[in-house]
Design a protein around this ligand. Sequence first.
Ligand SMILES: [Zn+2]
Length: 150
Amino acid sequence: MDEHGDWVAFLNCGHRQHVRHRPPFEERPWVITEIERSKKIGKPMDCLRCDRFEMPDDFKAYRKTAEFNERTVPKSLRRDHSTKPGVWAKIQVIEGKLNYRIDAPGTQFELSPGVPGIVIPEVRHHVEPVGSVRFFVEFYQRPVNDSEDG
Ligand SMILES: [Zn+2]
C-alpha cells in the first residue's frame, strides 16, 4: 500500500502498478480483502509499460558482455533465449546492423548505432547479424540497497 492508501502490485518485470478499486472506472473488488489479494500473487497481469518496451526508471546497468561481431556472436544469442525475472538488457550496436527478433508478439527490430534493442525480462528473443556488425549487451536491474549507499 502506498502513502495514499492505494494498493501497488510488484511485477516480476520490475514495474510497479497501482491496482485500485474505484468504481465505476476501475473495478478491482479483489483488492479490498487480504484473502482475495493473496490469490492474485503469482498470477499474470498485463503491463502496459512492458508493452511499450519501457525499462523501469530506477534500473541501473550492472554488467555487460564482451564486444561481439558477426563471426563471434555466441550461438546462445542466435537461439531463442531470455533474461531472468527482473533483469532487462540493452543490445547496443557499435557498428553495422543487427536484427532483433521477439517471437511471441512476432516483432522484429533492425538495430544500429543509436538504436538499441530493449530486452524485456523472461521474453524469448534472438539476434541475427545483418552483414558485418559490432555489438555488446548491457544488463540492468533494480539496485540493491540503493537508498542506503549515501
Ligand atoms: Zn512491466
